[in-house]
Ligand binder design. Structure first.
Ligand SMILES: *Cc1c(COP(=O)(O)O)cnc(C)c1O
Length: 492
């Protein structure tokens, strides 16, 4: 299969090439041109264990890899790496289900994809005979950074450089990154927000595209990389299979997913699952106070010119949702010219408007809602008091949005995606459940464990005393120069 740039249908790449490049040379995102070409019977997946299920789905989406190769890669990526080899358990809570995506090595849902991506990249290097080192550039709103560092550290032939907003991540998130070991890793804080980091990284790609680096190729571990998106399709199918197995639904019944959304990667993977045939009624996009996507899905105008709020769900503090570009491409029947012109508008004017018929198509598949910090806290409190289930702030945003939907369609099975462990945001969670958080966020971990009776995840427990190995801070204007210089260094 050849993947196409969302901005130019003639700019194509094989799966391994798309994975290694991350982003297309014209700034577009690589996309599957036609889902109807993919031969995969979703019904045949329902009986499988999660890891073989992941291999089958990935092989269908990335057919340059053989079934035997993909089986091997999935095993290497996942076996023994998560709390359970089921990877993503589905838990009934009240009249809904919570899909726990945070049982991986860094306690955030990004582990599902970032455990797999290094395997795909290493295999892609072998397939294409690539000799140069790959330098992964990653902008993070908090969780991608650590999950990527964990996935890529000490992987041969690959280096990783992570940028995070200096005051835009939690103390726990920051500690996870700045204590990362490995001879091929670097981490820099930037004075700026996530969008600044993401824009800087995208511009670095553009600069390196014009003037290639000596002996190194840049790539991305953000969800602009198709190899990052594909592994996320699995848990939608797995959740559906769990409902069938538990006798909660019959094969063919429709379910709705509510997804806490930032860069639109997670929810887009749900739409991929639907395109593969999975009976999904609606995908509901849940945002925090930065509700650019809610407005877009309701009105058809994407306008990033608005105040940026720092919220208690920082991984969703995003005003430029990169993967929406892929949705626009799908919803316009691969009209790359239209997508390119919308992206030009976004770049130059800060906003764009989609044609009415395209908006109608999008609204038939997607719902949207948002939830501010106060309601988020109230939701955590209510679900904890009434159901004895403790959720993090991102999950609570989605739960609150699902409430509205559930009122309108009470009989429908609704699955709320849970994207982080409550222990990743202990300060906000403690406050929400009526406790006075300890001054030090690390003490909050033990406090939360005591109050909730839940164990601190192993990967977070040792953080407080871990040695800080990365203390670089740069201005956002310096990012491109810094990244290019670092990428050019042979030895880190
Ligand atoms: C990254 C992240 C999200 C947003 O996911 P997208 O794929 O960017 O939409 C939501 N919650 C948490 C905890 C995350 O880390």
């Amino acid at each position: 299969m050849l993947y196409q740039s969302t901005r130019n249908n003639h700019l194509t790449a094989t799966g391994p090439e798309a994975i290694l490049r991350g982003i297309a040379p014209d700034g577009g995102l690589y996309m599957i041109p036609d889902f109807s070409q993919i031969k995969l019977d979703w019904r045949s997946l329902l009986e499988l264990d999660t890891i073989p299920m992941a291999a089958k789905i990935l092989q269908a989406l990335l057919p340059d890899f053989t079934p035997a190769e993909m089986d091997e890669l999935a095993k290497k990526a996942y076996c023994g790496k998560f709390e359970t080899d089921e990877l993503t358990p589905l838990v009934p809570v009240a009249d809904r289900y919570v899909l726990e995506l945070f049982r991986g090595p860094t306690s955030a849902f990004k582990d599902v994809a970032l455990s797999m991506l290094p395997q795909l990249m290493t295999a892609s290097r072998a397939k294409t005979g690539m000799k140069e080192d790959i330098v992964i550039l990653t902008a993070t709103s908090g969780d991608t950074g650590k999950a990527a560092l964990e996935g890529f550290h000490d992987v041969e032939g690959i280096k990783i450089l992570v940028f995070f907003p200096n005051n835009g991540v939690s103390a726990v998130q920051k500690a996870q990154m700045v204590t990362q070991t490995g001879s091929n890793v670097a981490v820099a804080a930037i004075n700026g927000n996530f969008d600044d980091a993401q824009t800087g990284v995208k511009k670095t790609f553009a600069t390196a595209g014009e003037k290639p680096l000596d002996g190194a190729e840049l790539s991305s571990a953000n969800s602009i990389n198709i190899g990052r998106l594909a592994p996320q399709v699995t848990y939608y199918v797995k959740a559906y299979a769990d409902l069938v197995k538990a006798g909660r639904i019959a094969v063919g019944d429709e379910v709705t997913f509510v997804v806490p959304t930032g860069n639109f990667g997670d929810i887009l993977a749900g739409y991929f699952a639907k395109k593969l045939g999975l009976p999904v009624k609606k995908l509901i996009c849940a945002s925090n106070e930065n509700k650019v996507l809610t407005d877009f899905l309701n009105e058809g105008v994407y306008d990033r010119q608005r105040p940026f709020y720092k919220t208690t769900s920082p991984s969703m503090d995003i005003l430029v949702s990169s993967n929406l570009e892929r949705l626009l491409y799908m919803m316009s029947d691969c009209n790359a010219e239209l997508v390119a012109s919308l992206m030009k508008d976004l770049n130059e004017k800060g906003s764009y408007k989609v044609p009415a018929e395209m908006l109608a198509k999008i609204q038939a598949e997607f719902g949207a809602g948002f939830c501010g910090d106060q309601k988020t806290a109230e939701t955590i409190h209510a679900v904890w008091e009434e159901q004895g289930y403790l959720m993090d702030t991102h999950t609570a945003v989605a739960w609150a949005v699902s409430e509205e939907y559930k009122k309108e369609s009470p009989a429908e099975p609704v699955i709320v995606l849970s994207t982080a462990s409550p222990f990743k945001f202990p300060h906000a969670v403690l406050e929400a459940i009526g406790q006075t958080p300890a001054a030090d966020e690390f003490d909050c971990l033990d406090q939360l464990s005591l109050v909730s009776g839940l164990p601190v995840p192993k990967n977070l427990a040792g953080l407080k005393d871990a040695k800080v190995l990365h203390d670089t801070v740069i201005d956002k204007e310096e990012l491109i120069e810094f990244a290019l210089k670092k990428a050019g260094e042979k030895q880190w």
